[in-house]
Design a protein around this ligand. Sequence first.
Ligand code: F6P
Length: 358
Amino acid sequence: MKKRVGILTSGGDCPGLNATIRGVAKALYARMGDNVEIVGILNGYHGLINGEYKEMCEDDFRGILTLGGTILGTKRTPFKLMRVVEDDKIDKVAAMKKTYKDAKLDCLLCLGGNGTHKTANLLSQEGLNIIGLPKTIDNDIYGTDVTFGFHTAVDIATEVIDRIHTTAGSHSRVMCIEIMGNKAGWLTLYSGIAGGADIILLPEQPYDIDRVCDAVERRAKRGSNFSIIAVAEGAMNVDEAKMKRKEWTAKRAEAGYTTATNRIAAAVQKKTGMETRVCIPGHMQRGGSPSAYDRVLATQFGSYAAKLVEIERYGVTVALVNNHVTANRLEDIAGKTRNIPEGCELLTVARRMGISLG
Ligand code: F6P
């Protein structure tokens, strides 16, 4: 029986989205031949809401394994607004269901992070046939050991730390490098260890600025003329950790900061007397071609999703568990974040190596 398969990419982009789209498409064409038609939904749920989609053909999926970004475009359409009717008077859930019906879809594949999975679950509960695919450089999707895009971002952030090392040494400076990751610090932890950072500050481990400064001074006393501090975008100090998010973001804004990085740099310079600079690689961490690891993972995930389409297993998302590709039920993972647990072995490794976690 012929199947029409919709694909969309939603939320922040990352390397490996196209490789995953290709994995899905190639495997679908290989397994189902003329019995499959693929429909590309443009710009994520925004396109699904507004009826923006296009028929795709085999040619569209050629030559995109190494391509960064997403050929389908993406947008952030916050989950919390999905059931809210705004000024445009559009009932978003009804509109998404209408597009699914108009495009005559048998199922819809949603490639994205935590927000995308919450909406995917909502659509599944609304009766649509949904399969999720876990993407994000943050690596914080519940129920999977890894998401595609993460390892490429680790490689990029590690290169940043490597390059900052040489300039930090030449100038005898402390360098604070802000790594992406608002809620989860996986990217900072991995790249911090891979890049040999001296201090790693994570959202999951609130820091004490005195301990950070002590670590810098200890290194200086032992003959190191520089220090590298890898700061997760979402790092917070021990006082902030006791407050509600709204409260501490307001306090920060009042003091002229958004993330903690510039504040940490200013405090370190003042307390230690060492010249301190900030480096924010930002969206560079999400750009460009996926690493070999992510190409393999994307192909594993994409081809597995094609199998799920074929056997009509819906309401699930693809995952890697103990090196084995499998699927989790959307309702079991949606709305949960995979943070670094206290017992994480890499935290132990960091502490054993004398890396300060603040
Ligand atoms: O979720 C991925 C991510 O890159 C986060 O690490 C970061 O906090 C956020 O997206 C940035 O979002 P935007 O691209 O909307 O600025």
